[in-house]
Structure formats: structure tokens, C-alpha cells
Design a protein around this ligand. Structure first.
Ligand SMILES: Cc1cc2nc3c(=O)[nH]c(=O)nc-3n(C[C@H](O)[C@H](O)[C@H](O)COP(=O)(O)O)c2cc1C
Length: 323
């Protein structure tokens, strides 16, 4: 059964475990769907039906656009890896806006919206696409995720570069109207660049980070089946995603940031129940999954919930990340 069917036939089944509050957002549980799973806002009810604690829609661009040409998706069960070169195919901001407007309010979970530029918008004008999307969606979504980390839109990740980031981000954040704005980071940043991105984005008022998008690296003993371009996710991404989570939490501590002020979402290679809890222990307030659903199926959310509810450590303990 597809996620869309789940949404048609089942009401929301969102289990409460490790209920989490961050500023004024309430999560019955801290495990959500990652960007790209519901590019058009058509699967939100499906995500609720399988138990997601929050849902991310997108990447949405201002105008509708098709996928990149050629092969776009592959996976390998023996390495629990997924490869894609989709390049933000989506219905465009207007249609997605209408779908969001039709969701029942209040929604049973927070809704995040991931925004990106159209592939024909050049980097000099990229911020204009994001500003347009921020203005359109800031009152519809509980948080916006600024995606400049996909390897599948030519040049996009240059916007994370130290010379560009401040000028790119500032006008977008100025248009947030207090809706939290998160920055989704690439696992292919060097550690030094990661620190610089954290510092620069913090200084100009980012609300948090999503760590991480897919990688151009081909770690581990992957077969040669994947082309050199395109983004890799799943188990081979786990080590780098975890490393970036640790660097980020450590760095925020050394900067003296108030605990819980910034939202940290860990994504990338969380394939098992243990993987999810490891990330929560390492300081992520929230965790997202995509590849785990490809290999484990839609029952994964409830599998994690069952484990959590059995573990005395987490049942009934409310996490409050408000500073
Ligand atoms: C087929 C596919 C499409 C994706 N599309 C997007 C996207 O549109 N926007 C985005 O921010 N991330 C996208 N991602 C990246 C995921 O959100 C996530 O960061 C990545 O897959 C790592 O998580 P995982 O190992 O749990 O899959 C996509 C991933 C896959 C596998």
C-alpha cells in the first residue's frame, strides 16, 4: 500500500513517546519524515497514518519543474543505500500552497516546508526565489527549511560557501515574520566550513539546522552501481551525519549557546531503532528518516514507538527544549 493510500484509509496514528517541545512547537514524538518524501504535500495524511511525529514537505520551488533527465533513483539492499538525482521535481509553490491550506487545523503534528530555487534561477538571484517562498509559506508552515545542500541542482551548494552565505541568507531571514527558519546542510562540507556555516548562520538569526542532506561521497564498500554524480543516502551516510551532529552540539556548547535555543534535526542513515535513539542521545532534538522507510516499510515509525514505550527511560518523560 502506498503512503497516499494509508492516508485515505487510516486516521492519524501518532504515538506519544518522548513528547518534545521546542519554543511553541509541540511534537508527540520526535521522529519525522525527511525532505523529498512528500515533495508536493500530497502525503501528509499518509505520514500521520504511519505515525510520523512531524512532517516535512518539499523541496518546493517557486515555479513547477520536472525532474532531471536520465536515471534518477536506485537502491541497494545489501548496503542499505539509496541513490537519487531527482533535482527538485515538484508542482510549484501555488499548488502546494493550496494543498497546505486544505489540511485540518490545528494539524496533529507540526508541518515543516522545505524550500529551494528553480534550476534556471542563477546563484546571484537565488535569494529572490527563497524570499518569495518564505513570504508565501511563512504563515502556513510551522518551520521553513532552506535547502542549499542538494547535490542535484547545479551550483546550489556554493550558496553555503563562506563568501556567499551571509548575503544569501540575510534577506530570507528578514522575511521570516518569526516563523522558524532552519538551514539544511551538506555532509560534504569540510569540518572547518561546517563551523563557519554554523557561526555565520547563527549570527544572522537562523533557528537551527538539519544535518544532513545526501552526499556525493561513496563511502564504504558500495558496489559500482551508482554513478559518480547524484546524492547517496542510507547507511553509508550515517558516519558523516553522526560526526556532523557531534561537531555541531560540541561547537554550540563552546559558543555558550543556551541549551535548546537552536533546533538540531539529525537525518542521514538512521536505519534502525537504535540509530534513532543514538541521535537523540547525541543532542538532536528531532530525527528524520527517508531511506529507513524504503527498506523497513511504513511500520518503522510504530516499531520505534513500541520500543520507546517499552523503555521506561523515555515513556512519560517530556522533553522541553525551550531556552
Ligand atoms: C529519493 C530522495 C529524494 C530526496 N529529495 C529531497 C528533497 O527534495 N529535499 C531535501 O532537502 N532532501 C531530499 N532528500 C534527502 C533526504 O531528506 C535526507 O536528507 C537523506 O536522504 C538522508 O536521510 P536518509 O539516510 O534517512 O535517507 C531526498 C532523498 C532521497 C533518497
Amino acid at each position: 500500500m502506498t503512503l497516499r493510500c494509508w492516508g485515505h484509509f487510516r486516521s492519524p496514528q501518532i504515538k506519544t513517546w518522548l513528547p518534545t517541545r521546542w519554543h511553541n512547537l509541540q511534537f508527540s514524538n520526535p521522529l519525522g519524515t525527511a525532505g523529498g518524501l512528500d515533495k508536493n504535500g500530497t502525503l501528509v495524511r499518509g505520514a500521520w497514518a504511519i505515525g510520523a511525529g512531524f512532517v516535512e514537505i518539499g523541496t518546493v520551488t517557486p515555479e513547477p519543474q520536472a525532474a532531471n533527465p536520465g536515471k534518477k533513483f536506485d537502491r541497494e539492499a545489501s548496503t542499505l543505500s539509496v541513490w537519487n538525482r531527482l533535482g527538485f521535481p515538484n508542482d510549484g509553490a501555488d499548488l502546494v500552497f493550496d494543498r497546505l491550506a486544505k489540511l485540518p487545523r490545528p494539524c496533529p503534528t507540526p508541518i515543516f516546508l522545505n524550500i529551494g530555487k528553480n534550476r534556471w534561477t542563477d546563484l546571484l538571484h537565488a535569494h529572490e526565489d527563497y524570499v518569495r517562498l518564505a513570504r508565501k509559506f511563512r504563515d502556513q508552515a510551522d518551520a521553513l527549511v532552506i535547502n542549499v545542500s542538494s547535490p542535484n541542482t547545479a551550483g546550489l551548494r556554493e550558496l553555503l560557501g563562506p563568501n556567499r552565505l551571509r548575503d544569501f541568507l540575510q534577506p530570507i531571514l528578514e522575511n521570516s515574520n518569526k516563523t522558524p527558519m532552519l538551514l539544511k546542510l551538506s555532509p560534504d562540507l569540510s569540518n572547518d566550513d561546517l563551523i563557519q556555516v554554523l557561526d555565520t548562520s547563527s549570527e544572522i538569526g537562523i533557528s537551527g539546522w538539519v544535518l544532513t542532506n545526501t552526499t556525493l561521497a561513496r563511502p564504504g564498500n558500495l558496489s559500482a552501481r551508482y554513478p559518480v554524480d547524484g546524492g547517496l543516502s542510507g547507511r553509508p551516510l550515517a558516519a558523516r551525519s553522526l560526526e556532523m551532529l557531534k561537531i555541531t552540539t560540541e561547537h554550540l556548547k563552546t559558543r555558550g549557546e543556551k541549551a535548546g535555543d537552536k533546533l538540531i534535526i539529525s537525518v542521514g542513515g538512521a536505519m534502525t531503532v537504535d540509530d534513532v535513539f543514538l541521535r537523540l542521545r547525541l543532542g538532536a532534538q528531532l530525527v528524520q528518516i527517508y531511506s529507513a522507510l524504503v527498506f523497513n516499510g511504513p511500520g518503522f515509525f510504530h516499531e520505534v514507538a513500541r520500543y520507546a514505550q517499552k523503555t521506561e527511560m523515555v515513556t512519560g518523560r517530556r522533553r522541553d527544549h525551550s531556552p
